[in-house]
Ligand binder design. Structure first.
Ligand code: PLP
Length: 480
C-alpha cells in the first residue's frame, strides 16, 4: 500500500511545477498578454463568429498539450472572435475594460488562494473586502451600520438587494400577491429576473411612466402608490436606475426618497453602470438623494474599468442583510469564535468565493482615485461632444445624455427610418473596427453609443464619426 501511494505521489508531481516551469508558464502568459495590449489599438472591436467548425469542440480535454499550443488556441478560438471588451473601440451595450493591475490582483489571489469567505479563514482578505465596502458606502453617502458584499456582478448584487428587502419587509408567501414593485420601462432586465428568482414573480408590478429624459416620473409614481393603497395593496419595493442601459438616464432620487419615506417603501437604486460617475464633481447634483436609498448596486467591472467579475451590493441597514443571508452550520463551529469582523459568507449566498477584493484594491491603491474620476469625466464629456457632432451629420439625437450613453438615429430623405438605422448598425458591426449596439424604445429603433472603456478617447469618437459617414453612404448605395 505504501509503495502504491508513493508511486501515485510521484506520477501526480507535474501538478506542482518547478520554479523553471513556473517561469515558462508566466513567460508564455506575459508574451501573450503583452502582445495583446501592444496591438489593442489596431485590433478590431468586433469579429463575427463565422467559422463553421470550431477547434474547441475537437479538443480532448483529458490529454495534455503544451503551453505554446494552449496560447495558440487562445489566440485563434477565443481572442479573435466576438466583441473585444478590452478595446477602446467597444462602444456597445455597457463596455467593460480590464485594467492590467487588476489582472495582477486576480493572479496573486489565485496563487495564494486565501479563503475570503470567512473572517476566521482569512482575517486579512475579509478585512480588505470590508474596507472596500466601507469605501463604497462612503462614496455613496451611507453612514455607519451599512454592510455590503462584493459579488460577481450587478445581477447577483440586484438579487441580494431584493432578497434582503423581501425579508426585511416581511413579504411572506401569503403577502406576495398584495405586494407591489415599482420600476420603469428603462429598468435593467436583471431586476425582473431577480424578482422571479427571489420568489416574487406574483407581486404586482407597476411600470411607472418616464419623462422626456427617460427618468422615472416621480408624480406618476406617487399617484400610483396612492391608488395601490386605496386598493388595499402593499407598496413594497421601488427599483430606481442610476444610469439606465438604453439611455444612461438617472432617476430623480430626492423625489423618490421623499415618496419612499412617506409610504415606508424599500428604495433600491441600480447604479451598476452609472454609480461611479458620482466621482465627477459636475455630475454630483444628479446623485443628490441617492444616499437616502435603502440599497444600491455598483459594478466596478463597468465604470471603474476593471475586468469582468465584480459588483457591489450595499445595504443601508446592514443587520437586515445579515439576517437575510446568515446561516450557521455544525462544521463551521470553529469559525465563529470571537467574530471580529463580519464575513462575506454571512452577507451573500456564496460560501467559498474568489478573493475579488484584491482586483479592486490593487488599482485603487496603486493609482489613487484621481485618474478614475478624470477618466469618468472624460467619458462624460466625450458623450456630450458626440451628442453635438452626430447631429451635424444629419442624425436626430435623444436628450442630452445624463452620463455616457447617447441615442441617435438617422432620418433618411425617403424610406423607413427604422430599417435604415438597422441596416446602418449591421454595416458598422460587420465592418468591425468599432462596436456599437442598438435599442428599441416604444417601437423606435435607436443606435446607441456607450462610452465607458478607459481606452476610449477623442480619437476613437472622431474615428467613429467618420465610420458613421461611410456607413450612411454605404447604406444609401445599397438602397439604390
Ligand atoms: C450591467 C447592468 C446590470 C447587470 O449587471 P451584470 O454585472 O452584467 O450582472 C444591471 N443593471 C444595470 C443598469 C446594468 O448596466
Amino acid at each position: 500500500m505504501r509503495d502504491i501511494i508513493l508511486q501515485l505521489e510521484e506520477s501526480g508531481k507535474i501538478l506542482e511545477p518547478t520554479e523553471m516551469e513556473r517561469k515558462e508558464l508566466l513567460d508564455a502568459a506575459w508574451d501573450y498578454s503583452n502582445n495583446f495590449i501592444k496591438n489593442i489599438e489596431t485590433t478590431k472591436a468586433y469579429e463575427p463568429d463565422n467559422s463553421p467548425i470550431n477547434k474547441l469542440d475537437e479538443l480532448n480535454l483529458n490529454q495534455p498539450i503544451p503551453i505554446e499550443e494552449i496560447v495558440r488556441i487562445l489566440d485563434e478560438c477565443i481572442d479573435n472572435v466576438g466583441i473585444n471588451p478590452a478595446s477602446g473601440g467597444h462602444l456597445g451595450y455597457i463596455p467593460g475594460g480590464g485594467l492590467y493591475s487588476s489582472a495582477v490582483g486576480d493572479y496573486l489571489a489565485a496563487v495564494f488562494n486565501r479563503y475570503a469567505g470567512l473572517f476566521f479563514g482569512s482575517p486579512g482578505a475579509v478585512r480588505l473586502e470590508n474596507r472596500l465596502i466601507k469605501w463604497a458606502c462612503d462614496l455613496i453617502g451611507y453612514a455607519e451600520g451599512a454592510l455590503g458584499n462584493i459579488t460577481s456582478g450587478g445581477s447577483i448584487a440586484n438579487l441580494i438587494a431584493i432578497t434582503t428587502a423581501r425579508d426585511a419587509k416581511n413579504i411572506t408567501p401569503d403577502r406576495i400577491r398584495q405586494s407591489v414593485i415599482y420600476y420603469t420601462s428603462q429598468t435593467h432586465h436583471c431586476v425582473n429576473k431577480a424578482v422571479r428568482i427571489a420568489g416574487l414573480a406574483e407581486c404586482v408590478t407597476r411600470k411607472i411612466p418616464v419623462d422626456d429624459h427617460f427618468r422615472m416620473n416621480g408624480d406618476a409614481l406617487r399617484a400610483q402608490i396612492v391608488r395601490d393603497l386605496e386598493e388595499g395593496l402593499n407598496p413594497f419595493y421601488i427599483a430606481a436606475s442610476c444610469g439606465s442601459t438604453d439611455t444612461g438616464a438617472v432617476d430623480p432620487f430626492s423625489q423618490i426618497a421623499d415618496i419612499a419615506e412617506e409610504y415606508n417603501i424599500w428604495f433600491h437604486v441600480d447604479a451598476a453602470y452609472g454609480g461611479f460617475f458620482i466621482l465627477v464633481d459636475e455630475l454630483k447634483p444628479l446623485f443628490e438623494g441617492i444616499q437616502r436609498s435603502d440599497s444600491i448596486v455598483l459594478d466596478p467591472h463597468k465604470s471603474l474599468f476593471l475586468p469582468y467579475g465584480c459588483g457591489f451590493v450595499l445595504i443601508k441597514d446592514g443587520k437586515a442583510l445579515f439576517q437575510s443571508q446568515h446561516y450557521m452550520a455544525n462544521y463551521l463551529q470553529d469559525a465563529y469564535n470571537g467574530l471580529e469582523d463580519v464575513s462575506p459568507a454571512d452577507l451573500s449566498p456564496e460560501l467559498t468565493k474568489h478573493f475579488r477584493g484584491l482586483r479592486i484594491w490593487i488599482p485603487l491603491q496603486l493609482y489613487g482615485i484621481q485618474p478614475f474620476s478624470d477618466y469618468l469625466k472624460e467619458k462624460w464629456l466625450l458623450t456630450l461632444y458626440f451628442h453635438t457632432e452626430v447631429q451635424k451629420l444629419g442624425f436626430e439625437a435623444g436628450p442630452v445624455p445624463d452620463l455616457s450613453v447617447c441615442i441617435y438615429r438617422y432620418i433618411p430623405e425617403y424610406g423607413e427610418a427604422n430599417a435604415f438605422n438597422a441596416a446602418l448598425v449591421k454595416w458598422i458591426q460587420s465592418e468591425g473596427t468599432l462596436f456599437i449596439s442598438s435599442t428599441n424604445i416604444d417601437g423606435t429603433y435607436w443606435i446607441r453609443i456607450a462610452i465607458v472603456s478607459f481606452r476610449t478617447h477623442l480619437s476613437t469618437i472622431d474615428q467613429y464619426l467618420t465610420i458613421l459617414k461611410k456607413g450612411i453612404a454605404a447604406v444609401h448605395a445599397a438602397n439604390h
